[in-house]
Every structure is written in structure tokens, then in C-alpha cells.
Design a protein around this ligand. Sequence first.
Ligand code: IMP
Length: 456
Amino acid sequence: MTLKPGVIGDTKAGRAACSAVVGLQWGDEGKGKFVDLLAAEHDAVVRYNGGANAGHSVVVRGERYSLHLVPSGILYPGKMAVIGNGVVVDPWKLVEELDGLTKRGVDVSGLSCSSRAHVVLAYHKMEDALREDLLKKRMGEAGAGAATDIGTTRRGIGPAYADKAQRAGAVRMGDLLRPEALEEKVGLAVAMKGPALAALAKTLGAPSEPLSAPDLIRGAREIGQRLAPMIKDTTHLLHDLLGAGKRVLFEGANGSLLDVDHGTYPYVTGSTCISAGIGSGTGVPASRVGRILGIMKAYSTRVGAGPFPTELKDAIGDGIRQRGREFGTTTGRPRRVGWLDLVAVKYSVMINGATGVALTMLDVLAGMDEIKVCTGYRINGQVTNRFCPDAFELSRIEPVFVTLPGFKEDISKARKLTDLPTNARRYVDSIVENIGVPADLVSVGPDREQTIEGKA
Ligand code: IMP
């Protein structure tokens, strides 16, 4: 798609030096497509949170790319792609992804990774999986009412962030290039974690291999050598770019409702997914970001456990899942599906400071007689439009729905708002009225071309 200058990257206030794309729901909102579109007007694309738990799908000229760690901007020749210090990096997954892209002819030489990003090692993944299995076992034993497993991606994300906060033995990307630091840190981590992991595996009757510090150190050194040219101080790199008048796009991973502080804790990921994470996750103050585009799907999905007030456990939900291909990019798990929750989206717009939204997957709702949207929560007989991120409370609310007429027409070829059937436009308008920020863009299919510019 050749974008008209000014359509995608500009704010009313002018051309912002920095823009951000953030997910307003529980992830999988279709961020990859918009990062890819906005990348056209930026010089660098930067990841600030999460790790290989994320899965961004981008379709370019009919070819689908699934990215997990590499910023989606890599698909534009000549753009810089940066993995900030707030990301937890599984270096083996990163190399696998880079090799896959190179094989498909993508130039990956523009990638830099912060030397201060923390490394996900094999024991983080073991810990993640064992803890999840333990929660499952306890739930099985205690029955209803017990804490459930989180349903993590088992990519070691939570344990890697926990080690970062805990400090002793935590390995950063720069350490992969310093043999003494690596020996000291991995040695300490193995001494601390080895016995605990072995005991946990025994409790669960799971097979366990003892952790070998020398093997872990050797593997980490080897992968470090492979990635050495891209490991650097990305904070100064980004400030140098901004100083030279370049434009930077920040790519949020996961989703606002999975944010470790502001999401539906404990059913969240380990990082700051909202725009506030840009400052801590890259060293560029979030105040420099002029445009924050929130990505929201025309319905809701969630992978893993946790409260989901508008969930559809029926044929309507199954139909949306099939038409929307709602199966995880990272784990392949079927996603839970529900009606659009505007109480939740409005909250996410608020905590991100979103300047506008991109509405995705509207085409998936075609063919339905009616469409429901949740505009309030009933709690103890009272209706509120305030989201409650506390998982315990959220699991007890009753959603209040408004029913809107559906639309039958295939809208995947619509390219202007006026191409949309009246009821589809009415749906978009009612979303905008509720959330209080404009729909800058509406997406009616995965391709770059299947994008409608919203009302200014
Ligand atoms: P973790 O990030 O692997 O620790 O998983 C924590 C929770 O976040 C689980 O419910 C995951 O399914 C969910 N999650 C993490 N990343 C994503 C994502 O990119 N999309 C959707 N769900 C995610």
C-alpha cells in the first residue's frame, strides 16, 4: 500500500518524533499490521517489553510473517529495528527467527539489541513450566475455588523478569560477551535454582535433568558470539537518532490488560505493556511520544486463564474463532472469544493516553444478525462503566450489553468509511462515542491494503 503522506504517521499537532502502537485488550489485537504500516514513516522500530511470548503477524504482498522477538519494522528495507532493555531475550529464539527471515530474503542487518536486556535461559523455561504444572496439580486436588494456572506461554518470561528484579545471578545480553561475568552469574543461578527445580520436578513426578553450569555457560558464550555485532547501548543509539531528527516508532507487545501492574493480575504477563513501559524499557522518556495508537479488535479474545466478562462459550464464539483464525501465533492454542468489552477498552485508552485507535478484524463480524457490545458492569446491583482490573472482582461482575444490528455484506474490499454498510459504520461510531478518542484507522483484512482511514 502506498500511503498518502500524512495519513498514517501524523497527529493533528504535527509530525511527532515518536509514535507508539499498543494493544488495548489481552494481546492479539492485530498490532503487527499497524506497526508495519506506521513503520513506513519512521526510521526505527523499537520493542520495549515482553519477549518471545509475543506473536506479531504481518502480511506483506500476500506473504505472512510471524515475528516473536524481532520488531515488525524489520520487514522494511533500510529501517532500523531495536530490541530495548525492557525486553527479555531468548537468544536462541532470536537467532532462529533471524535465520528464518534471512532465508526468506529479509535483510536483518538493521537490528540492534540492548546490552542491558535480560536473557531468558533454559532454567527460566523449566521454572515457568514446573510452576504452571504445580498450579494445575493443586487446582486438580483442591477443586473449584483454587488458584488456576496462568496459562503462560511457558517461554520463561515471568521467571526472567523475576530474576531481573531479584538481581543475583541475572544475565544480561552484554554478559554473553564477558566470560567471567557469565561464569559468575550462571554459576550463582544454578546454585540457587538447581535444588529447588529438582525438588519441584520430583513433587510433580516430572523428569528432571540436573542443571549443568558449564554446559549453560558454553551455550550462552556461543550464542553471544553469534549475536555480538548487534549487542549495544541502544539508549544512546535512540537518543542519537532523535537528535539527528529521525522518527522512532515503539511497538508494544502483549496487551494492556496483561500489564503486570494495570492488567488483570495475577493473570498477566511479567512486563509493562502499556505506553509507560517505553520510558523504562528503552530510556526514551514516554513524554516524547506524540502519538499513541491503541489497537483494538472488533470483539475480544484472551489466551490462557483469567476473568473474561464477555466470553462466548457457544456457537457464536466458535464462529468468530474460525472466521478470525483465533489460534495463538506463539503457542497455537485456540483463543477464548467474546463480545467487545468497551468498559475494558476505555480503561486501556485511559491508562495508555491513547490519542486514537485502530479497529481491527471488523470483517470477521460480517454475516451476524446482531452484535453485542458491553458498555457497563453490574456489581452488587449497581452499574458502572469503570473497569476493575482486580481478577477476583472482575470474575464476579455481570456485563451489561447493548445490542446493535449486524451487517451481512463482505466488507474486506472496503477502502473508505463510505464503502462500509450502514450497520458496520454504526458499530464503529458507537465504539468511538464510548471510548472518547477517534478511530484513526479501520482494518478489514490482514493485508496492508485492507485499511480504511477513519474520520479526522
Ligand atoms: P507469559 O507472558 O508467557 O508469562 O503468559 C502470561 C499470560 O499472558 C498468559 O495468559 C498468556 O497466554 C498471555 N500472553 C502473553 N503474551 C501474549 C500475547 O502476545 N498475546 C496474547 N496473550 C499473551
